[in-house]
Design a protein around this ligand. Sequence first.
Ligand code: ADP
Length: 319
Amino acid sequence: MKKIGVLTSGGDAPGMNAVIRAVVRSGISAGLEVFGIFDGYEGLVNDKIRLLNKGDVSDIIIKGGTILGSARLEEFKLVEVREKAVENLARHGIEGLVVIGGDGSYRGALALTEMGINCIGIPGTIDNDIDSTDYTIGFDTALNTIIENVDKLRDTSSSHHRCSVIEVMGNRCGDLAIYAGITTGAEIIITKETGYDEEEVLDRLRYFEEKKQKRHSIVLVSEKITDVHLLARKISLHTGFSGRATILGHIQRGGSPTARDRILATQFGDKAVRALLNGEGGRCVGIVNEEIITIDITEALQLTKKSRKPLFELHDRLV
Ligand code: ADP
């Protein structure tokens, strides 16, 4: 293998640039030519492909977002659309591809591998919703952004006897909420794993207020579970707290990556290049028990994340 490509796909995440840098520099050090593909699979199909040198990725390790741009292309599920991508890659002589993205991007990578282009997936998403890795690129940065914002909301809540109801991202995964809940000392954490019972939330808030004499409370809610504005109104009506809702939204996707994300990105990028040099395809990179691994994408997509029950129990004991 002499030429490889790298693309970012699906939702962006801080640390994607650090992965691109690692792939380019590790590839060039190993004697490869590395091509950047702009705008994900859309750029593959429309030939937005350019050779990158070491200088092209200077200074990007500190930047959020992705210099390659990201996109979604529903039609990539069609074999005739993917054939165009394969033709473009063949014209450039590119035989292997590193795909940075979530599980949708992994499916695209698998489909391309089946058409003769070896692809290695790298988990890049703030949601930590890829079950074949303990951590995804961007999760730690997003978590730190949440902590910073929740800490600020706590300051103002305590001055006004408020209950802040804060919605965080996570897609189908409650990790951002549970990790942020523990690290900010939130009173209540609501995720798919805990389930949502409005009466129980109101009861617990009344208990915190009346029995524990708390002056303020934080309720952290994973996205796609309930309407946080509605919950805040119910809190104002049925407890002694004044409920205020905040949706942190896309602020969680931005920012300079943390040290943890930069290191992980560097390790993942290098591992993916090595996997391609080994002739691997249809596999993805991850970190499991502090070890950087690769695993078949088919297998990765069937895994389910281990339960976070011990973390919830720990939180409940300390709140
Ligand atoms: P993420 O990678 O963050 O999960 P998406 O689910 O939107 O994001 O997937 C990103 C892109 O991956 C899609 O826009 C599409 O181009 C491609 N993709 C998703 N599923 C498939 C599939 N089954 N076959 C081929 N390509 C796919």
